[in-house]
Ligand binder design. Structure first.
Ligand SMILES: Nc1ncnc2c1ncn2[C@@H]1O[C@H](COP(=O)(O)OP(=O)(O)OP(=O)(O)O)[C@@H](O)[C@H]1O
Length: 497
């Protein structure tokens, strides 16, 4: 969107008034699939049709402790050159405390509304036209006054988890800005929507198997990282898988997570070597016999083994049986949800869906595995996909794939055969309906960009000069004609550069 045409009036510095009147979400829908045991407050942000954030930031920041900004300008060493951090650094270089404030940001568009607040597309006010993506972010704005204490707890959880993350398939928290009764979280913007919307664009709402394998593999890696931090996600579903500009995934929504202790360890496992050269003949006094060669493999296991929670949260169709029974659950709920997730990407619906939410819960509680309709001449890899889903949707978490050794054992399943896990972030994402590769923009060197800027300034100056001269000498001149003349000249001029 062209920032000059943004409909949102935002005053420049002192009195910051972020007022929004239009709230039709362009590409996202708010689903009602999320389930928590809490009830909404009457002042819930969802119930309101518009939002106005109106406060004086400068007054607050000098007189009150409620205006704080954290987590800015502290990139980890390996991310020092991330263009987003450089853009923030450049934008805050002139502020006295070198931290990011809301006045550094310009809101461009409303992206969507969740249980806790609204999310906006925003960019740094400083012009970064040579790399506009670097200055673009998503800002989650939570009005704390409108939330119940339970939901306020979810906001804290989300902010805490976000501040821990440093992974290509998870959001980076660039800044947390607390002003008045608002908490604002600045994270990566994902311009390609979410997997739920992508599914809706597919024939029969199903993704082709290679695309399912790709998205599932990336989600698996992200879940593995979360588990290694001791975080149980508990809200896996296509709606929460956003797609970045490069079409890789980004998990979002961490308000339902819970945190547990982890004790990562390297475990050793004996495996049989395969292949024709892996057998050897041994000779003894009892004759000769063929033996299988074995080798020890070291596996990194980092699962929150002591994770245990009793609260029933999540999305009906994705809830694991132990979550519904309320007898306590651990990280296994994520592996159950992972099975439902792969099923939904492949079949366009979830396996236990009933006519109502209650019947869905009953179906899950009574489930004894998942049944498939096996079609003739099915796609290659479907057999492996079915097997993986069956091993994930196991009622008893102790027997469920992933529950003893975590993601490692899921990665070894034949469905993911051939994936080089260490390089997955460099894989080219699948091209499916609604998610095509954009032709890359021609690279403009910084020198050419600076030259272009100078030429534009020169041309603007000339136009201004001509305009003032025309006004001075010809008060009767047709200003429409002048505008047409200048703008058509500018178009021609700029297309030459
Ligand atoms: N980083 C982002 N980039 C682009 N769009 C986003 C981003 N984060 C959120 N959105 C959009 O904004 C909407 C609201 O997001 P939000 O995380 O607040 O709530 P939610 O996903 O509906 O979940 P919940 O209600 O459980 O918090 C989402 O539906 C999503 O489409």
């Amino acid at each position: 969107m062209d920032e000059e045409t943004t409909p949102f009036p935002i005053s420049d510095y002192a009195d910051l008034d972020l007022s929004f009147t239009s709230f039709t979400s362009s590409s996202t829908t708010v689903t009602d699939r999320t389930f928590t045991t809490s009830c909404s407050s009457p002042r819930s942000s969802l119930a309101r049709s518009s939002l106005t954030l109106s406060f004086n930031e400068s007054r607050l920041s000098t007189t009150s402790s409620t205006a704080t900004s954290t987590a800015t300008n502290t990139p980890l060493n390996h991310r020092k050159w991330d263009p987003h951090w450089s853009a923030i650094k450049a934008a805050t270089a002139l502020s006295s405390d070198r931290t990011l404030h809301l006045s550094h940001l310009k809101l461009l568009r409303h992206l969507g509304t969740g249980n806790l607040g609204r999310v906006f597309l925003c960019r740094l006010r400083d012009d970064h036209r040579d790399n506009p993506d670097a200055a673009t972010f998503a800002l989650k704005v939570v009005d704390k006054d409108s939330l119940t204490p339970k939901k306020l707890g979810h906001v804290s959880t989300e902010a805490e988890i976000l501040s821990m993350l440093d992974h290509p398939f998870l959001p980076t928290l660039y800044a947390r800005i607390d002003v008045s009764h608002y908490t604002c979280l600045l994270i990566d913007y994902c311009p390609n929507g979410d997997l739920h919307n992508l599914l809706l664009l597919q024939p029969l709402n199903r993704l082709p198997l290679p695309a399912v394998r790709f998205f599932a593999a990336e989600v698996l890696v992200a879940l593995e990282y979360l588990h290694a931090l001791g975080v149980v996600y508990r809200d896996l579903k296509p709606e929460n898988i956003l797609l970045r500009g490069d079409r890789h995934v980004m998990l979002s929504d961490f308000d339902l997570c819970f945190k547990a202790d982890v004790s990562p360890a390297v475990q050793h496992r004996r495996v049989e070597k395969t292949g024709p050269t892996r057998r050897k003949n041994t000779h003894s006094c009892f004759g000769s016999r063929r033996e299988h060669e074995e080798e020890m493999v070291a596996e990194f296991v980092a699962e929150p083994t002591t994770a245990y929670s009793k609260s029933c949260v999540g999305t009906h169709e994705y809830l694991a049986p132990e979550l519904i029974s309320g007898n306590g659950h651990g990280n296994g709920v994520d592996w159950w949800a992972f099975g439902v997730f792969i099923y939904e990407l492949l079949h366009g619906t979830t396996p236990f869906k009933g006519g109502s939410k209650e019947s869905t819960l009953r179906n899950i509680a009574a489930s004894s595995g998942v049944r498939f309709h096996v079609a003739e001449g099915e796609e290659e890899g479907m057999k492996e996909a079915r097997d993986l889903i069956e091993r994930l949707l196991v009622r008893d978490p102790r027997r469920r794939l992933g529950c003893s050794k975590g993601a490692t054992e899921i990665k070894q399943h034949p469905f993911f055969g051939g994936i080089n896990w260490a390089l997955i972030r460099t894989y080219r994402p699948p091209e499916v309906n609604g998610l095509r590769r954009r032709p890359s923009k021609p690279h403009v060197s910084p020198v050419a960009a600076a030259l272009h800027k100078r030429k534009k300034c020169w041309w603007k100056g000339l136009c201004h000069f001509v305009k003032t001269r025309c006004n001075k000498h010809n008060n009767h001149s047709n200003s429409n004609y002048y505008k047409y003349y200048v703008s058509s000249k500018m178009v021609r001029k700029s297309s030459q550069i």
